[in-house]
Design a protein around this ligand. Structure first.
Ligand SMILES: [Zn+2]
Length: 316
């Protein structure tokens, strides 16, 4: 019933013609089959084991993510990065960190109700040897559908990760829990806001808040990267002499976010703040040579940031 209602709400808004996040499939735009039938991608940062698992992928029209930007400019920046620009492709790369006795899941994918090409995380976690009941912490960067909706157990409601502590910033939690949140967001976000509100409410009593700069567990801390959403954070892992930033949606596109970080991006809820965040973050990643995983960057989304032509590039 819950799922029916949700898809009705979404369908009604999609059919109303609004450019809506998640509308690609419904609007008949090209939606690729899943890219990541790939096995999990594993690597180490110091003594921590990092596993990247795909929840699937999706495409969005350039007119939505780069509103008003001339085609020639878009083509130019993608050509320079060697990426086809016709539609903007987004992977959904979910990170699991095994650190000491903790198994930490950073964001949870979209679950089955957001887009037909997403929602594969639960199956793939098991295939990668991570049972939901083994997850000790679920750490959210923010509460957009493709990051939060997968937390819900499709059979029973509530969290799929029954033994885990769930962590989010207070700013992010409180924003989406506002009773009138749907009326506070711009049109493209309304259906998602309603869906996120309902799901977050169902796990609200399990959420512990954390602030940027303080450790969630030893070696793992939030970094303030607000702008994409009001309480958006990235997650910094430090082990030995190595560092990895799990960026969330601070850097979402392998061409634009790095070569043109000052371009406004359509899924950023506060575009100007997101731009300032992006520029600050790129400088830090390049200067401190911190490795990066990007939730929507090309599979598996792991690489480094280098300076190039007065801006940056993502090197995988
Ligand atoms: Zn996202």
């Amino acid at each position: 019933m819950e799922r029916c209602l949700d898809s009705l709400i979404s369908r009604r808004r999609w059919l109303s013609g609004a450019a809506t996040i998640g509308a690609a499939g419904v609007l008949g735009l090209p939606v690729r089959g899943t890219a990541a039938d790939a096995p999990a991608h594993k690597f180490k940062i110091g003594s921590a084991e990092v596993v990247v698992i795909s929840d699937g992928d999706f495409t969005l029209p350039a007119s939505f993510v780069l509103p008003g930007r001339p085609d020639a400019e878009i083509e130019g920046v993608f050509k320079k990065a060697g990426i086809a620009p016709a539609t903007i492709k987004a992977e959904v790369n979910v990170v699991v960190i095994k650190l000491g006795s903790e198994t930490i899941l950073i964001d949870t994918g979209a679950g089955p109700d957001f887009m037909p090409t997403l929602g594969r995380l639960a199956d793939r976690l098991e295939a990668a040897g991570v049972k939901p009941e083994e997850v000790t912490k679920v750490v959210f960067t923010h509460a957009h559908a493709d990051h939060l909706w997968g937390v819900i157990d499709p059979l029973g409601g509530g969290s799929l990760f029954e033994k885990a502590q769930h962590v989010m910033t207070a700013v992010e939690r409180d924003y989406w829990l506002q009773a009138d949140v749907e009326s506070r967001v711009a049109e493209p976000f309304k259906a998602m806001a309603a869906g996120t509100h309902r799901r977050l409410k169902s796990i609200a009593d399990r959420i512990q808040t954390a602030v940027a700069g303080t450790e969630i567990v030893p070696g793992l801390a939030y970094v303030d990267t607000a702008g994409h959403t009001p309480g958006h954070v990235s997650v910094l892992l430090k082990s030995g002499s190595e560092q990895l930033l799990i960026g969330g949606d601070a850097l979402v596109n392998a061409a634009v976010s790095f070569a043109e970080p000052a371009w406004r991006w359509g899924s950023d809820m506060d575009p100007d703040r997101a731009i300032a965040t992006r520029i600050r973050l790129l400088d830090r990643l390049a200067t401190e040579k911190i490795a990066l995983t990007g939730y929507h960057l090309p599979w598996p989304g792991v690489g480094r940031v280098e300076r190039k032509d007065g801006a940056y590039r993502f090197v995988q």
